[in-house]
Write a protein of this length. Structure first.
Length: 281
């Protein structure tokens, strides 16, 4: 029985590395390690006959793609992962796109999908990252959506995994990582006039003749805490409650015989620390 249990646990650990489940990728991890049982990829997605398009441009993993933004441009861009028009390869079944630039370029909440029947936004991605993956293992030739790019210069990456097969001991997938350089610039013929209020900043763009071309309003609002931050706060509070306050409260009760003051100091310590535990929990 012991060997059977060990075998079962080993199988579960291996299965936990699968990212081409029939209903979604198994994680929102970065890099090609997110697919298969530590099986190396079969090459980049272009070698497999697939390609990633951003704003209609086919990306090349060997080059950095420049996104030139101005205040008058729409920061929402289209993305598409598809089988190349010249490819005779298989349709893909699973996929995973993860975008982010760390704390230097926050991409949380950037992705959206066109067809929620085949694609879905990934939950519990690393902080400052966002991901999108498959919803089923039905063969696909193309998946689409949009990605919002924040104003401001910076650089982020898009990691792409395209999965053809992910079986117990045999995974076939392709992986590429793309560098995206965001250049926030204003056309030489445009001038920005900014006005500020307590709540927001409005930037009006005018041309050489002084005619307004448009405006962008930046609203100042509180940024909600990410799930990772909430879990961190939860852990700190639980440690303070059950790792510090509760043991001291129990210890005070156990050592009450040492309290010879006659004022019940041990009980006060026990009582208030238990109340603190309840509040922190």
């Amino acid at each position: 029985y012991t060997m059977r249990i060990v075998g079962l646990l080993s199988s579960l650990l291996l299965i936990g590395k699968i990212s081409a489940y029939s209903f979604r990728p198994g994680s929102c991890r970065l890099g090609d390690s997110s697919v298969g049982h530590n099986t190396p990829s079969s090459g980049d997605i272009n070698q497999g006959g697939y390609e990633l398009l951003l704003d209609g441009n086919v990306l090349n993993a060997d080059d950095t793609f420049d996104l030139n933004l101005t205040l008058s441009s729409d920061p929402t861009y289209s993305w598409e992962l598809r089988k190349s028009t010249t490819s005779e390869g298989e349709d893909f079944r699973g996929f995973l796109l993860v975008a982010g630039g760390g704390s230097s370029y926050d991409m949380e909440g950037a992705f959206s999908v066109e067809d929620e029947g085949t694609s879905q936004i990934m939950s519990m991605c690393p902080q400052f990252y966002d991901g999108v993956g498959h919803r089923n293992a039905i063969p696909k030739q193309s998946v689409k959506g949009t990605i919002d790019i924040d104003q401001g210069q910076g650089e982020f990456t898009i990691d792409v995994s395209v999965v053809l097969k992910n079986e117990f001991r045999d995974s076939v997938y392709y992986f590429s990582s793309y560098n995206i350089q965001v250049v926030d610039e204003v056309s030489s013929s445009e001038t920005i006039i900014s006005t500020e209020s307590d709540a927001n900043t409005t930037s009006t763009i005018i041309n050489e003749e002084g005619a307004p071309l448009g405006s962008v309003e930046e609203v100042t609002e509180d940024t909600p805490a990410s799930p990772q931050e909430l879990w961190r706060i939860h852990g700190i509070l639980m440690f303070a409650a059950w790792g510090i306050a509760t043991p001291i409260a129990i210890l005070a009760s156990r050592l009450r015989v040492l309290d010879t003051s006659g004022k019940g100091i041990w009980f006060k310590i026990h009582f208030y620390l238990n109340n603190i535990t309840v509040i922190l929990s």
